[in-house]
Design a protein around this ligand. Structure first.
Ligand code: HEM
Length: 411
């Protein structure tokens, strides 16, 4: 008779130390060492799922849910964060409410609309490149390009006037605090930033209601008026959520993508004027340096998966950083190897998540990064990092360069 094996508990798992200086410098040796003892680990963030295939499976497992507004409340979140998490933070919603609001907002991100924006993306990228060429060197690529670029593209898509951007950029950037673990120390700043965003978005919606235009926000108001599918608060907070969700992610990913390209001698120059190669490289950079280090899931009930006990209410970390370099999934995971898109056995399957919370802005972000890399490689040569990269905490949910001093010249 076979004896049932007792599932491993949190305390039985190998420890993944995500707080040490080594991890901050380069997390991969620490991850590789822990991976040698199994597919799961435990860290101060929760039970860590390291293997690619487990991450993919668990993203689709509905026994595990995202952190909800009640999770934020239980951490002691302020009034604005509680309202935002309840009405705007799509990734924190479940079931009917999530699907109802998501359906309305999907309309603003249809593939055709994104394709129509590509020319605009190139125009914004070219103007920012002109400004970079006119500035003194070294120049911070994040401040000069990867930060203003996604904000301007997204605002154009939504119908937010470019002149208004300075009013809420600092607040949108401040919301990177939402990706930190632990979260509580950031609450006062998060609430102040959310108030700024709420005030701006509420006024914008009121203005478009008075004078509708040909833009996504007027279209969303129209859907709301005819179908009544979302409340005023859900409408305003979800516009704020897009500004938040579309800014930091793309800003860090684009800077990380440039960083990855510069690590491969000669690749930058080979990409100039080669759109197919640009797409292949962009995709491999999502595997190499995924901006979303991990997503958090909370088991609704006690779950045993892969011989590990995942207790109801405790955090499970689906670790994209580990999954994207999993030797069981990728041959030579530590070699940067772009392959043709579509026949790409190298691509990491979930840089934008999977299942019901699949990134609403995935097509937009991919197009933004492809067009930006196309313009930058075609217009600049000799690009090199010149100084210290300032990185976000390696253990945070979003990871990438905060500052990246570079030198370059016109091609
Ligand atoms: C490189 C850039 C980006 C990356 C890597 C990224 C990644 C992700 C990931 C992994 C998720 C799933 C989270 C989870 O399962 O817990 C997600 C969700 C989401 N993303 Fe993105 N994202 C990016 C850019 C954007 C942009 C540009 C927008 C919109 C303007 C956006 C809006 C959203 C929204 C609204 C959700 C929640 C969807 C839902 O719960 O239904 N993201 N993103």
């Amino acid at each position: 008779m076979t004896q049932a094996t007792t599932p491993l508990r949190e305390e039985d798992l190998p420890i993944l130390d995500v707080s040490g200086a080594d991890f901050q410098r380069d997390p991969h040796p620490t991850i590789a060492q822990v991976r040698a003892s199994g597919r799961f680990a435990f860290s101060r963030r929760g039970v860590e799922v390291l293997a690619h295939d487990d991450v993919i499976t668990l993203l689709r497992d509905d026994r595990l849910v995202t952190q909800t507004h009640s999770t934020y409340e239980s951490y002691g979140a302020g009034e604005m964060l509680r309202a935002f998490a309840h009405d705007g933070l799509l990734s924190a919603m479940q079931g009917e409410r999530h699907d109802r609001i998501r359906r309305v907002f999907l309309a603003a991100f249809r593939a055709r609309l994104i394709e129509d924006e590509r020319g605009r993306m190139r125009a914004v990228a070219s103007r920012l490149t002109d400004q970079m060429l006119a500035a003194g060197l070294p120049l911070d690529l994040v401040e000069g390009f990867t930060s203003p670029y996604p904000m301007e593209v997204l605002c154009h898509l939504l119908g937010i006037p470019a002149a208004d951007i300075p009013e809420f950029t600092a607040a949108a950037t401040q919301l990177h605090l939402l990706a930190q673990v632990p979260l509580a120390p950031g609450f006062p700043k998060i609430d102040a930033a959310l108030r700024t965003l709420w005030d701006y978005c509420a006024e914008l919606v009121a203005e478009r209601r008075r004078r509708p235009q040909e833009d996504a926000i007027s279209a969303l108001i129209q859907v709301q008026a005819t179908a009544g599918r979302i409340t005023d608060s859900e409408l305003v907070w979800n516009i704020a959520n897009l500004i938040f969700a579309g800014q930091d992610t793309t800003r860090y990913q684009l800077a990380s993508s440039v960083r990855a390209i510069l690590e491969v001698p000669g690749l930058w120059d080979r990409m100039a004027g080669e759109p197919d190669l640009v797409r292949q490289v962009a995709e491999e950079t999502f595997r190499w340096y995924p901006v979303v280090n991990f997503v958090v899931r909370i088991p609704r009930e006690d779950v045993v998966y892969g011989g590990v006990e995942m207790r109801a209410g405790r955090r499970v970390i689906l670790n994209f950083q580990a999954a994207s370099r999993d030797p069981e999934r990728f041959d030579e995971p530590f070699v940067f190897t772009p392959r043709p898109v579509g026949r790409n056995d190298r691509s990491f399957d979930a840089p934008f998540g999977l299942g019901m919370h699949y990134c609403l802005g995935a097509a937009l972000a991919r197009a933004e990064i492809q067009e930006a890399l196309g313009v930058l490689t075609s217009r600049l040569t000799g690009l090199a990092v010149d100084g210290e990269l300032e990185m976000t905490a390696a253990a945070g949910m979003l990871h990438g360069p905060e500052a990246m001093p570079v030198t370059f010249r016109a091609r």
